[in-house]
Write a new protein. Structure first.
Length: 115
């Protein structure tokens, strides 16, 4: 019997699964990284707000840092403000972009009381 041929056939069958798993791990890692980045940016936005910066100044400072992050601000019943930071992350793994929407929408939300 030819064992080398059998090993080659098994390798060819398993290789696409391993490649998909590696690429999926990279894409999920990218999503986690950008989510963490949005959380850090949100902390900066809240600090700017607490330092009495206007909403226009906060948006300008945020645009200087990242051009693809969107800031949305909502006033809630004159007691709280809700800040939203949004970013779209491109999924590159074939097949995974069908499971997760591509671009994958990330959103970070923070509700703070008026001071």
């Amino acid at each position: 019997m030819n064992r080398r041929g059998q090993a080659l056939v098994e390798f060819v069958i398993i290789l696409p699964i391993f490649v998909f798993m590696i690429l999926a791990i990279i894409d999920i890692g990218k999503i986690v990284f950008f989510r963490n980045e949005l959380e850090n940016e949100m902390s900066d936005v809240v600090d700017l707000y607490r330092n009495q910066k206007s909403f226009q100044e906060i948006e300008k400072d945020l645009e200087l840092l990242e051009e693809d992050i969107q800031l949305e601000i909502q006033n809630n019943d004159n007691q709280t403000i809700t800040f939203y930071l949004k970013k779209d992350v491109e999924i590159l793994t074939p097949g995974l972009n069908l499971i997760l929407d591509s671009p994958f929408p990330l959103e970070v939300k923070r509700v703070i009381a008026y001071e």
